[in-house]
Design a binder for this molecule. Structure first.
Ligand SMILES: [Zn+2]
Length: 155
């Protein structure tokens, strides 16, 4: 393998350790699905669950506390990636931000949810808004009742 391939493969391994399913990692890195599936089985001790995954972050954020957790992850990722957040997904920064988040919030959102947040921000389907009432930032998605207003004060 050439150096660049090795580096992509190392990134893919980290994404699988975070818990992303092989099809997602395949799309993000372009690496072979079978190798990703094998690696997933080695890391997690069982094959990845088959079937459809919710396609958007808002589908996976069902409670107020999950929405607040999502924003905590988002602030860490945005802190690393800055305004590039809205143009590209940096797979390595995603992994770094997720482990930082997980260290402070071990029972919070899972890696797949964090991935969809990252992707939906890039696609601009999810926005970071500032609440005019309490001045906190929150994740805005008009498709979700919970996320179409500030989760902290409800405005
Ligand atoms: Zn508010």
């Amino acid at each position: 393998m050439i150096a660049q391939e090795i580096s992509v493969w190392n990134t893919a391994k980290e994404m699988i350790r975070v818990g992303l399913r092989p099809p997602i990692v395949h799309v993000a890195t372009g690496l072979c699905r079978n190798r990703l599936r094998n690696f997933y089985r080695v890391v997690h001790g069982k094959p990845a669950v088959q079937g459809r995954v919710s396609e958007f972050a808002y589908n996976r954020l069902k409670t107020k506390s999950q929405v607040v957790e999502a924003m905590m992850y988002c602030q860490l990722y945005y802190g690393l990636s800055g305004d590039r957040t809205f143009r590209v997904i940096d797979n390595n920064l995603f992994v770094e931000a997720y482990w930082k988040y997980k260290a402070t919030s071990p029972d919070g959102i899972d890696g797949t949810t964090a991935w969809y947040i990252t992707r939906d921000l890039r696609e601009r389907q999810l926005e970071i808004r500032r609440c005019p009432t309490c001045d906190r930032e929150y994740l805005f998605d008009p498709r979700s009742d919970l996320m179409s207003r500030c989760p902290l004060c409800g405005r």
